[in-house]
Design a protein around this ligand. Sequence first.
Ligand SMILES: [Mg+2]
Length: 194
Amino acid sequence: MICERTMSLLKATTSLSKIGFDFDGVIADSLPAKIKLGRRLGFSITPDQTTSNILQKITGKSNYKNLVYLLYRKETLKFKPCEGIKTLIKKLKTHGCSLVIISARGKEESLFAQKWLKKQGLINFFDEIIFCAKQDKPKIIKKYKLDVYIDDSAETLNPCPKNVIKVLYDHYQISGLNCKRKKYLIIKDFKEIL
Ligand SMILES: [Mg+2]
C-alpha cells in the first residue's frame, strides 16, 4: 500500500502538480521553540507532550495562552526551517509544481509567518498563502485542487479529501505513532520525497 502511495507521490511531485504545505511543523520548525518556551515558564516538556491538548493540561490554561501568544508572534521569527524543506521547495518549484501554504494561524499570527517566509527567502516560491480555520483546511484543499498535502498533524489529515495524497511529516515521531491504519504516507525526513 505504502509502495503504491510512494509511487503516486513520486509521480505527483515530478509532474506539474499542486502541492500544499502546512506552515508550523512542516515548513517552520516550531516544536523546539514550544519546548523552550515551556521551560521558560517552568515546565519540562518532551516532544510528545507538545500537542495542544496535552500541553494545555501540563501548563494550565493561562500559561498555555501565554506560550501560544509568544510562539506564534515574536518567537516565530527565531524558528529554524524544518530540515530539508528549503531544498524540497526549491526543487519542486524547478519541476514546475505549484506550491500552496495552508495554515491555521490567526490574522495577527499570520503576519509573523509571512515575515518569517520573507526572512528565509521562501515567500516567492509559493503561489498562494492561505490562512484559515483548522476545520476549513479540507475545504481549501478541495478548492485549490491540490494533488498532495503535507501536514504534521494526523488529526488534520483525517478529514482531507480522498483523492489527495496525504503526507504526514512526523520528524519527531510523535503523530505517526497513533496511526493504526496507514491512511497517509508517513515521512520523517523530506529527503524521502527528494
Ligand atoms: Mg502544523
